[in-house]
Structures are given as structure tokens and as C-alpha cells.
Ligand binder design. Structure first.
Ligand code: SAH
Length: 210
């Protein structure tokens, strides 16, 4: 149930559901998602659904991970990427195969410790982690070619816009009129271009450390 065949079937499903970037599909076929959930849930790891990871948090649905990654990679080859909301570490692991350096920030230390162990186990050496409030980004490593936020807030944290390179893309779920929308924001020479990618459901972006 955790074999390559199961993973390949998930990838076929992602393809059927509109994921087109072959680089992203390959990463999804390679990274074992069952490593990122509790053993009791491993038989469900290749279903296209979000799953609990403890601390009232969830590992995102595979399609959402693929879509956010595809948008982040759109039209280029980002090298230095920031993720806000490490959670299980799955999204960061997918990114690690696609970009040179992944910086990921998590506010819940317990989750971060588990994620670090998984990165070590899978020998993912280009992921750098930080226990901090992601609203502030990672100033000492900025600017980034891309930023992905995996929790939804009422607004776009201004620091994240500041830490984006010109040409870089921020992918972020934001609450608008009582529902969450996934936005992509590209920084241009003169400002920011926003696209609405549709409705999504994420856990809340919270402040402070736990
Ligand atoms: N990318 C994760 C998704 C985890 S859910 C994965 O692939 O598993 C979102 C995560 O965002 C949660 O772990 C939550 O604790 C974290 N989070 C919420 N607000 C945050 C903040 N302000 N800074 C950093 N992490 C935050």
C-alpha cells in the first residue's frame, strides 16, 4: 500500500486532474508521502486527501501540493524558495527535488522536530528549517525566487512581499469574504500582479510560537 505502484497511481490521478508540469509529477512520484504521516495512517497516504498530523494541523492534499508547486515553478527554475508552515515537511520535500535550496519556517516546534527527522531519513540535505513566526519570512536569507505559504490568513503578510525577488512568485491562501482563495502574486519591476487560482481549505496562519 506504500509501494511505487501506489505512488504512480496517485501521479496518474494528478495528471488527470490538470497537473501538467512534468518536473512536479516526477517529484510527486519520488517522495514517499507515507513517511510524512503517522504509521497508523500510512495506508491512506496516497489518497488525494488532507490527513491529520497532530497539533490540530494537517498535511495538505496531494493535488494542492502539486498545484502550488506548479504555480511556484511557472515559467522558470526558481533556485531559492521559502515555505511558511513546514507541518509534516512533505511540501518542503517535494520542493527539495526541484530547487537548489528550500528554507522552511514552522511555529510549532514539535512538528518541526518530526519534519527534521524525516528530512534526515530521506537524506534531503538542501532543506533549512527554522522555528519562527512565518509572518516575518526569513529576513537573513531574503530575497527569494519563490515563496509558498501553506496556512491561510486574513491578509498577505507584507514582509513576504518584501522578501520576493523581481520576477518571483508568492503562492498563498487568503481569506476573502468568508472563504479561502488561493492567490499567486508575481513581483514585477513596478509592483505586484495577482491571480486568483480558486477556492481552497487550509488551516489558519497563526501568530506566535508553540
Ligand atoms: N506544508 C505542510 C502543511 C502543514 S499545515 C505539509 O506539507 O505538511 C500548515 C502549517 O502551518 C501548520 O503546521 C501550522 O503550524 C503552520 N503555521 C501556521 N501559522 C504559522 C506561522 N505564522 N508561521 C509558521 N508556521 C505556521
Amino acid at each position: 500500500m506504500t509501494s511505487q505502484g501506489t505512488r504512480d497511481r496517485l501521479v496518474q490521478r494528478l495528471r488527470d486532474d490538470g497537473i501538467r508540469d512534468e518536473r512536479v509529477l516526477k517529484a510527486m512520484a519520488t517522495i514517499p508521502r507515507h513517511v510524512f504521516v503517522d504509521e497508523a495512517l500510512s495506508s491512506r497516504a496516497y489518497e488525494d486527501s488532507a490527513l491529520p498530523i497532530g497539533q490540530s494541523q494537517t498535511i495538505s492534499q496531494p493535488w494542492v501540493v502539486a498545484q502550488m508547486t506548479q504555480v511556484l515553478m511557472d515559467g522558470g527554475s526558481p533556485e531559492k524558495v521559502l515555505e511558511i508552515g513546514t507541518g509534516s515537511g512533505y511540501q518542503a520535500a517535494i520542493l527539495a527535488g526541484l530547487v537548489a535550496q528550500v528554507f522552511t519556517v514552522e511555529r510549532i516546534e514539535k512538528l518541526l522536530k518530526l519534519a527534521r527527522r524525516r528530512f534526515h531519513r530521506l537524506r534531503l540535505k538542501n532543506i533549512y528549517t527554522r522555528h519562527a513566526d512565518g509572518h516575518l519570512g526569513w529576513p537573513s536569507q531574503a530575497p527569494f525566487d519563490g515563496i509558498v505559504v501553506t496556512a491561510a490568513g486574513a491578509e498577505i503578510p507584507p514582509e513576504l512581499l518584501h522578501q520576493l525577488k523581481v520576477g518571483g512568485i508568492l503562492v498563498i491562501p487568503v481569506e476573502r469574504q468568508g472563504a479561502q482563495r488561493l492567490l499567486s502574486i508575481r513581483r514585477t519591476e513596478t509592483g505586484f500582479e495577482e491571480k486568483d487560482l480558486g477556492g481552497v481549505i487550509f488551516v489558519p496562519l497563526l501568530s506566535g510560537l508553540v
